[in-house]
Write a protein that binds this ligand. Structure first.
Ligand code: C5P
Length: 220
């Protein structure tokens, strides 16, 4: 099986680029951030603090997380409910970052993620795919951009969706999430030794896509 691991900080364009690449290559796209977001959302809805590991761990046995591909789009379910849209809020992103620091949550999701890569060719994006989840991935790309470039993109996405969040707030969230993701003990965000670094600060979508295709074509 071929696996492409794409890691990097929030807002580097991983999911948009990965989704398009997977569609073009005929691979299954696995958005691991969505899994952490779903668990974060579950904790918030249960009235628990996502940073409280014991409280979140007590919830894990009841969490029925399911992924399904509908017309090429990944949908994520908590039991029967499609939470693909509900997980896209800033609050769910922060909660995801908090539960992502919890080793029991990471172990819970690791198995699910490895299982998916065993069965089919995947393009998997996250924070620890090249370092922990798929250390033997065929291709590893570390996708990054400056915090300002990432915050600007995220802010534009929100504007397009009619969500009116001040830019300063988005930038502060990007920086806080970077801090949380790089400083945690469990699987911190870092570039794998054998990953190719791609900085998209100065690249638009098509240029980033072309750069990724070139990196992948060298290995697949
Ligand atoms: O990529 P996305 O912004 O949806 O991820 C949400 C959060 O989930 C990240 O900030 C990160 O803390 C966590 N995450 C993780 N490991 C992954 C994917 C996401 O810890 N493989």
């Amino acid at each position: 099986m071929v696996s492409v691991a794409i890691d990097g900080p929030a807002g580097a364009g991983k999911s948009t680029l990965a989704r398009r690449l997977a569609a073009e290559m005929g691979y299954i796209y696995v958005d691991t951030g969505a899994m952490y977001r779903a668990i974060g959302l579950y904790a918030l809805r249960a009235g628990k603090d996502p940073k409280d590991n014991d409280a979140v761990n007590a919830l894990l046995p009841q969490i029925e997380l399911r992924l399904a591909s509908i017309e090429g789009e990944q949908h994520i379910y908590l039991k029967e409910e499609d939470v693909s849209t509900a997980i896209r809020t800033e609050a769910a992103g922060m909660a995801a970052s908090a539960v992502g620091a919890n080793p029991a949550v990471r172990a819970f999701l690791l198995e699910l993620q490895r299982d998916m890569a065993k069965k089919q060719d995947v393009l998997m994006d996250g924070r620890d795919i090249g370092t922990v989840v798929l250390p033997d991935a065929t291709v590893k790309i570390f996708l990054t951009a400056t915090p300002e470039a990432r915050a600007t993109r995220r802010w534009k996405e929100y504007q397009a969706k009619g969500i009116d969040t001040p830019y300063e707030e988005v930038l502060a969230d990007v920086k806080q999430r970077d801090y949380q993701d790089t400083h945690r003990v469990a699987a911190p965000l870092k570039q794998a030794d054998d990953a190719v670094l791609l900085d998209t600060s100065e690249l638009d979508f098509e240029q980033s896509l072309a750069a990724m295709k070139k990196i992948i074509a060298e290995k697949v």
